[in-house]
Design a protein around this ligand. Structure first.
Ligand code: CUV
Ligand code: SF4
Length: 631
């Protein structure tokens, strides 16, 4: 195996942590140590502080210790309620992001900062939603489409429009289970209501409601986030980039983009290209402006502009520890509040931009969409002017980075697949070639590997071990979020990585000209994975749950991940978690999630903390599905 593929385990992180000690900087590891043993009640999900009669904590062991909270809620109810609230919070985060993006389309104009970049996608969505497109200005259509999307959040009647994109068999499952989400905000509000003290007191009902709410994320908020970002900023196409902290450049003004919504990061990308800004950078003695992304905003800008990836979730502190970052610009989600104090140890400016995520100790420069370019330039200017404050003796950039190809939207994947279509026999522009190779067994299956980093697991280790094992066994991997960035750093997003693939997958990669692990974007872009799985199922005339596919979140940590995992299950796709969720205090809830839910949705949860055992289980399950399908 070439060094490139193991570099992930020698990424300079140890040196940076040593540097932290020397610089007197505190990191997550110091704080983790200060936490000592995690609270066993919280870990098992049996701590309730929903009302002021409590907090109550009940024993996770039946027949021993307090079995009920003061109101009489059992461990089952408390665990399920806590779980439901995680789903609600995760759905809220993705969907509130989507709402902002829909507002951006609503304000887009021909001469404004935000434009329609993918007219084709807009027109097809307009058609899908019955919007009149004849003899109308493209922006008039855009605004009407945006308004329909905005109404998806609060419409009083009906269910979400994007549900109709799912295979018919899947829609029938949702119909029968009565889990078709109505308005997005309504599902979030309803579950908060139902988990209020003295409301739902039944674990199964809470899981059932969680499924409906989570679908409002996957087939609602997240899908709106993806589709509208594509319309406004362009649908991603494959492009080359580099990943890991080595992308930081000693000679340039380094700006880290961290967070989630492309509305901000896109404008920063534009602002940094502005000749005025470039000139300013030269004036302060830098060779230029070097943008580098982190977390999902990093994914958004890398797949549309090739902006380099500085790292994933766990590396946000590492980036600052290099002492080479002029500014870390954030908007919402997955941002450590610790960055404020950490930045103080260096010259780094920690700039918050969203009224939704202000952080004590940060420099707050509010980003206004209606004045986007101006705002973005002000923020970039702050960073440039900070270059002169850099202390060279405090700079250490680990010289490690890998090449990667990113940007496989569903459209881009289909375009690659067209390479093997004989147009005299088969139609172009479909997923048929993918369905064919899965059916033939050249590919055993397809797996989505997604999610965060978590200090409970060695950084990126589970992501990479699982990916390597799956591709070696002819399972194609698609990836988003911080998992995708782990793959990028490990060199798995290169066409070269094909040599780690089994013979079947390697051949497919060769013919279709793709890496064995495909970068599909940010967390909201898991909706792209739902779309492509659905297209393959439709093509074969079966349901998602019949396909040899699975979802894995090896190192997840956020509530968003719980929402995602739940909508993936509800969409009929098995989900494997590498970190145990706080549900083990209730045998009932564990039984529902890892067993009974299969009778409802055709898919279930698997919890397995050992990455190699997890990969084996995935492979076993894929073969089971193949056998059932008779392929
Ligand atoms: Ni939205 S949710 S740490 S950035 S994947 Fe990364 Fe992805 Fe988890 Fe956050
Ligand atoms: Fe205790 Fe019930 Fe109040 Fe929870 S809702 S804190 S279990 S009394």
């Amino acid at each position: 195996m070439s060094d490139q593929f193991i570099s992930i385990y020698q990424s300079g992180e140890e040196q940076l942590l040593e540097k932290a000690v020397k610089d007197g900087a505190e990191t997550m590891w110091d704080r983790k140590a200060a936490q000592k043993t995690p609270c066993g009640f919280g870990e098992k999900g049996v701590c309730c502080r929903i009302c002021a009669m409590g907090p109550c904590r009940v024993s996770p062991v039946a027949g021993k210790g307090a079995q009920k909270g003061i109101c009489g809620a059992t461990a089952d109810v408390i665990v399920a309620r806590n779980y439901a609230r995680m789903v609600a919070a995760g759905t809220a985060a993705h969907s509130d992001h989507a709402r902002d993006i829909a507002h951006i389309l609503h304000m887009a104009s021909r001469d404004g900062n935000y434009k329609v970049r993918d007219e084709k996608k807009l027109m097809s969505l307009a058609k899908e939603w019955g919007v009149n497109t004849e003899n109308r200005d493209i922006y008039e259509i855009a605004h009407e489409v945006a308004e329909i999307a905005l109404n998806e959040f609060g419409k009083p009647f009906g269910t979400l429009k994007f549900l109709e994109r799912a295979p018919e068999l899947r829609q029938k499952v949702w119909e029968d289970l009565q889990i078709k989400p109505r308005a997005i905000d309504r599902e979030i509000a309803t579950i908060l209501h139902s988990t209020h003290v003295g409301c739902t007191g039944d674990a199964e009902s809470l899981v059932h409601m969680s499924m409906r709410t989570s679908l409002a994320d996957g087939w609602g908020g997240s899908m709106i986030g993806t589709e509208f970002s594509d319309i406004i900023f362009g649908t991603p196409v494959p492009r080359e980039t580099e990943a890991n902290l080595g992308v930081l450049d000693e000679k340039q003004v380094n700006i880290i983009l961290h967070g989630h919504e492309p509305s901000l990061s896109e404008m920063i990308v534009m602002a940094s290209l502005d000749p005025e800004m470039q000139k300013l950078a030269k004036e302060v003695g830098a060779e230029g402006i070097n943008l580098a992304g982190m977390c999902c905003t990093g994914n958004e800008v890398t797949m549309r502009h090739g902006v380099k990836i500085a790292g994933n979730f766990y590396q946000q502190e590492m980036a600052i520890l290099t002492g080479a970052v002029e500014a870390i610009i954030v908007d919402v989600q997955c941002i450590f509040p610790a960055l404020a104090k950490l930045s103080d140890c260096y010259h780094t400016k920690f700039i918050t931009t969203s009224p939704k995520a202000k952080i004590t100790g940060a420099t707050h420069i509010e980003f206004h969409e209606d004045n986007a370019m101006e705002s973005a330039k002000n923020i970039v200017k702050e960073a440039i002017e900070n270059f002169k404050n850099r202390k060279n003796e405090k700079v250490f950039i680990p010289e490690i980075k890998s090449n990667a190809v990113v940007g496989y939207s569903v459209e881009a994947v289909i375009k690659q697949l067209d390479k093997v279509v004989n147009p005299h026999i088969d139609p172009m522009g479909t997923v048929k070639p993918l369905a064919d190779v899965i059916k033939a067994g050249v590919l055993r299956g397809a797996v989505g590997i997604v999610g965060c980093n978590n200090p409970k697991s060695k950084h990126d280790y589970s992501h990479i071990e699982i990916m390597k094992k799956l591709i070696a066994n002819d399972v194609i991997v698609v990836t988003t979020g911080c998992a995708a960035q782990a793959a990028a750093k490990a060199g798995l997003l290169t066409k070269d990585a094909r040599k780690l693939a089994g013979q079947g997958l390697a051949t497919v990669c060769e013919l279709v000209d793709i890496p064995p692990v495909l970068h599909m974007g940010s967390c909201v872009d898991i909706s792209r994975i739902l779309t492509i799985v659905g297209e393959v199922a439709k093509h074969l005339g079966i349901d998602n749950s019949d396909l040899p596919v699975a979802g894995i979140a090896p190192e997840w940590m956020s509530e968003k991940a719980v929402a995602i995992a739940t909508y993936v299950i509800s969409s009929g796709i098995d989900t494997f978690l590498g970190i145990t969720p706080p549900v083990t205090g209730s045998d009932e809830v564990v039984d529902i999630l890892t067993n009974r839910v299969e009778n409802m949705t055709g898919a279930k949860f698997f919890i397995e903390e050992d990455p190699h055992a997890l990969a084996d289980k995935v492979l076993g399950r894929i073969e089971e599905k193949r056998q059932k399908l008779g392929i």
